[in-house]
Design a protein around this ligand. Structure first.
Ligand code: DMJ
Length: 539
């Protein structure tokens, strides 16, 4: 069954380089949505009437030029981008949203991890002022000087890591270490680096395991590492999504220890057996081996393994080629084993493999929608050009999972119809999966797609999503995640504003609507998994 789905999908991808599929037939509830959802045109390709050889030569020249351009800049750590610039009207709306979120956080949750905007209180998880730190570089990029300066004051006087607290290594690395490092790069203020070093020195205890693959949790005070409370193994995406940050810390400080630890993990995982480049979602820190029969997915617990293969290769000046090769192999595996098409509209999605790769499951997390952006980034850096077709088509599907809902917001998980059902619906949502947690992934990908193609359709899609956020998530004292995207009247607010809403969702929206896209050029910056920009190095 899987084989057939895979082969059909692959055949489609191979034979359909001209245009993405026509807009799917509108479902009864969403005519208004699909009518403006025209798939964007592909990137310019050489004219079709050129003989094959000439075509290839033209394409190679384009990529050689790009390559030349990138090489010129890659031996330097870039100076911070020149801010501010004149904001567009849409950017003003995003800044207003950021101010609104910040005000609620400042009033009711200052210095705590998350705002609960409806009950006007706070929630603590890592006890590290998560929202404040995740928001630092967004505030700086938006040129919100007053807000940034009160946040800096808190970091400098109140942020301490000497806490008897177990924290998740991955979450603390991408949000807190990543947030401090990127703010240091943008501002060059020593306080952010000092805090990053203190945190890095504690987190590094996580790597004290039998295999060098880190444990899930670390106690910041005792510096003892442990497996997660809920199971024996670490998650694959977690142990492979800490490399950009630890490497950056080594490069700034000149202390190689952080980078050595994460290089070891990447190299170890490179040597483990895989299914056509795809990896199981659990790994044991003591043995360094996969958990057998664990799921393969591009969503939760798998997602950013693939993202960081590419981004690490970029961060290190495209010198560690095994990362690029593993990325390419994984995309081939995705096309072959996970890609499938919906009925009736032939939409591309990536499903999952359960039960030791035997069963194909036709579900896709919203988390998977980081992938169009990552694929497009790869093509910019010379990966096979048909990855752009995958990116465009998956971007379209991801967008529909938002804009076909009456709220314009995506559910956490969508199931896809791969067989005719007699209805007009390409996908459906189960009751337990209908929540929207203010997640960024689809918007993140829209930014990459717009940044790389200049096609304003991507901006328009992002604007529609933002309208959904404004209408159904904005409350008097901030923004709340909701429990049900399928109803405009019964949205079931969850009373929680996630830190990544300020760190990622609003930042990517702001960048998506930025006039001068060279401000944050992807030739100079690589964004970590929490949207914190870090510089690209020469090696
Ligand atoms: C963020 O913390 C990061 O983007 C992570 O990689 C995945 N999940 C959340 C946002 O959805």
């Amino acid at each position: 069954m899987l084989g057939v789905a895979g082969i059909v999908a692959l055949t489609y991808v191979i034979t359909n380089h001209a245009e993405p599929s026509a807009p799917p037939a509108a479902s009864h509830s969403a005519d208004h949505v699909d009518s403006y959802l025209t798939p964007p045109p592909l990137l310019p390709h050489p004219p079709d009437n050129l003989p094959e050889k000439e075509k290839e030569a033209v394409e190679n020249e384009v990529f050689a030029k790009k390559d030349e351009g990138m090489r010129e800049g890659r031996d330097q750590i870039v100076p911070p981008p020149g801010l501010p610039q004149k904001r567009t009207t849409r950017q003003e709306a995003i800044v207003a949203a950021m101010k609104h979120a910040w005000k609620g956080y400042k009033t009711y949750a200052w210095g705590h991890d998350h705002l609960k905007p409806i009950s006007r209180t706070r929630n603590d998880w890592l006890r590290l002022g998560l929202t404040l730190i995740d928001a630092l570089d967004t505030l700086w990029i938006m040129d919100l000087k007053e807000e940034f300066s009160e946040a800096r004051e808190w970091v400098s006087t109140q942020l301490h890591f000497n806490l008897n607290q177990d924290v998740n290594l991955f979450e603390t690395t991408i949000r807190v270490l990543g947030g401090l490092l990127s703010t240091y790069h943008l501002t060059k203020e020593q306080v952010f680096l000092d805090k990053a070093v203190d945190l890095g020195d504690r987190l590094i205890a996580g790597f004290n395991s039998g295999s060098g693959v880190p444990f899930a949790d670390v106690n910041l005070y005792s510096r003892r590492a442990s497996k997660p409370k809920w199971g024996p193994d670490s998650s694959t995406s977690e142990v492979t999504t800490i490399q950009l940050e630890f490497r950056d810390l080594s490069r700034i400080t000149g202390n190689p220890i952080y980078e050595e630890k994460v290089n070891f993990v990447s190299e170890h995982i490179h040597k483990l057996p895989k299914t056509e480049g795809l990896v199981p979602i659990f790994i044991n820190a003591q043995t360094g081996q996969w958990r057998s029969h664990s799921t393969i997915t591009l969503g939760a617990r798998g997602d950013s393994y693939y993202e960081y293969l590419l981004k690490q290769w970029i961060q290190t000046g495209r010198t560690k080629d095994y990362l690029r090769d593993d990325f390419n192999e994984s995309v081939s595996g995705m096309e072959h084993l996970l890609a499938a098409r919906t009925e009736p509209s032939n939409l591309l999605f990536f499903g999952e493999l359960h039960g030791g790769s035997k069963n194909f499951v036709n579900k896709m997390d919203e988390l998977t929608c980081y992938l169009p952006g990552t694929l497009a980034l790869g093509v910019h850096y010379g990966m096979p050009k048909h990855h752009m077709t995958l990116a465009e088509q998956l971007m379209y599907t991801c967008t529909l999972t938002w804009l076909r809902q009456p709220t314009n917001l995506a559910p956490e998980i969508t199931y896809f119809n791969t067989q005719p059902t007699g209805t007009n619906e390409d996908f459906f949502v189960k009751n337990n999966d209908a929540h929207y947690l203010l997640r960024p992934e689809t918007i993140e990908s829209l930014w990459y797609m717009y940044h790389l193609t200049g096609n304003k359709t991507y901006q328009d899609w992002g604007w529609q999503m933002f309208q959904g956020i404004e209408t159904y998530c904005r409350v008097e004292n901030g923004y709340t995640s909701i429990g049900n995207v399928r109803s405009t009247v019964d949205t079931k607010p969850k009373d929680k504003m996630e830190s990544f809403f300020l760190g990622e969702t609003l930042k990517y929206l702001y960048l998506l609507f930025m006039e001068d896209q060279s401000t944050f050029s992807i030739d100079k910056w690589v964004f970590n998994s929490e949207a914190h920009p870090l510089p690209i190095y020469s090696h």
